[in-house]
Design a protein around this ligand. Structure first.
Ligand code: MN
Ligand code: MN
Length: 316
């Protein structure tokens, strides 16, 4: 049996105990660990509403209800992987370049131990640090990017590092294998046609939300899977990919998105890809509903990520 498991709910009820992700043990020793859930609580890359620094704690709070078996993928997650809550990466608020260095430094021991991280954000600027660490360990990775925005802008107010620019920087730094990468979910009012076109110009496979509705989720996800091939992949999931009716607690909401179920199906559809890391970003607790519906969605997205790793171990 894998070493680290969630607390047994038949011994200690789900509403009790100290909050870690999915009631996994908080462990910082990486021996016998397959997957580490890690907070990345940085939010000063935000350009509109801010406060995602409280996202990791909020997602952990809502994750107490996660159970071990995933019926959609037919996998009992902790039969195949030993998973922990590693705590949060250290960051200095307000100073993004210093925070990036800290995030990379904090992630490298995890990656060097062969552990797959699932990072909880944090605004989307943090993904640049995550990708820097990934590329140090694995070389350029395929980026699978679920988001209502392209996050490929060159700058905001002359600033190179914001939550609207991480993947432009990642391309410039050679962190992404763009020919294997896809962006899915783009929509909303934008500044001009270049918002949609720039991803394609850089070489991404891009699907707007209109195209997803037209072609169907299954078809689009098949294309994403085929594009990604067998090399190392990183999945970045911006919670604003989901419609704000289902995920209101986020920094830059865009209407007309998928339901929570459709979003979960998108993640499940990626089973079999060679994932080396994941993040779930842009959860903003102060705008969430009293029922914590956004945090619940994010916790379940992260559970699907855990399930993908477990599915691969089960079927290898
Ligand atoms: Mn984003
Ligand atoms: Mn977004």
């Amino acid at each position: 049996m894998p070493r680290y498991q969630p607390t047994d709910a038949m011994m200690l009820p789900r509403f009790s105990g100290i909050r870690t992700f999915a009631r996994l043990p908080h462990v910082t020793d990486l021996t016998d660990v397959d997957v580490a859930v890690i907070g990345s609580p940085f939010d000063t890359g935000g350009t509109y509403r801010v406060g995602c620094r409280f996202g990791p704690a909020h997602i952990r709070e809502a994750s107490a209800l996660l159970r071990p078996y995933n019926p959609s993928l037919d996998v009992n997650v902790y039969d195949y992987i030993s998973a922990i809550d590693y705590g949060d990466l250290p960051v200095v608020p307000g100073f993004i370049e210093a925070a990036y260095d800290q995030m990379v430094e904090g992630l490298m021991p995890v990656l060097n131990a062969g552990v797959i991280p699932i990072l909880l954000g944090g605004d989307h600027s943090i993904s640049l640090a995550h990708l820097r660490a990934m590329a140090l360990r694995h070389g350029p990775v395929a980026l699978i990017h679920f988001d209502s925005h392209n996050d490929l802008w060159d700058q905001y107010w002359g600033q190179k590092y914001t939550h609207g620019t991480p993947f432009r920087r990642a391309l410039e730094e050679g962190l992404i294998d763009v020919k294997r990468s896809s962006e899915v979910g783009l929509r909303g009012s934008v500044y001009g046609p270049e918002d949609i076109q720039m991803g394609r110009d850089f070489g991404f496979q891009v699907f707007t939300m209109d195209e997803v509705r037209e072609l169907g989720f299954a078809h689009v996800l098949k294309m994403v899977r085929e594009q990604a091939g067998t090399g190392p992949c990183f999945l970045t999931f911006d919670i604003d990919f989901i419609d704000p009716a289902y995920a209101p607690g986020t920094g830059t909401p865009e209407v007309g998105g998928p339901t929570t179920w459709e979003a979960l199906q998108c993640v499940r559809a990626l089973k079999g890809l060679n994932f080396v890391g994941f993040d779930v970003v842009e959860v903003l607790p102060s705008y969430d509903s009293p029922g914590q519906v956004t945090a619940l969605a994010a916790a379940n997205v992260a559970f699907e990520m855990l399930s993908l790793v477990a599915w691969s171990r089960k079927h290898r």
